[in-house]
Design a protein. Sequence first.
Length: 199
Amino acid sequence: MRPQGAAGLSELLTQIRSCRICAPSLPHAPRPVIQASITARLCVAGQAPGTRVHATGLPFNDPSGDRLRQWMGIGREIFYDETKIATVPMGFCYPGRNDTGGDLPPRPECAPLWRAKLFERLPRIELTLAIGQYAQRWHLQDRCRGNLTETVRAWRDYLPRVLPLPHPSWRNTGWLRKNPWFEEELLPELRQRVALLVQ
């Protein structure tokens, strides 16, 4: 029989944090990074940890996280309160760098192994912020549009359960300039919903 409630989630988080399934494919020792509680009503679903997150073990503990928290209208104290916000990346470990210096995609082993089990144990999640294409494909499946811009532009179609966002990386600063509707229309809605969910 599967453990229920906080005990069931705690057991699963222990298993996730000790997971080594992708170890042979990583350029470093695995360090799964996740934040979750059965009371969390908001989920931040990103790609995978970067180098700073890998080093500290804190999700979005980097300039991307600073921008994300600014988008959400909250500070670090609320963001890192697991009783309010779950942070569940598509890959729990830093995947390493590609030839151009960017981060590799999330390891493919992670999501099929853990994601469904984890969300079964997060019963109070009302809104998931699906950050980037990998999270959007998992959370929206065949409802994704042709590309990230089209999916994020259609954000109203996915509410109230999912809100797609671009990655808050500095690499997307040009995207933000080309798509002013994101800051003008989507961010006010995001901040309003976040404020209600983290009360």
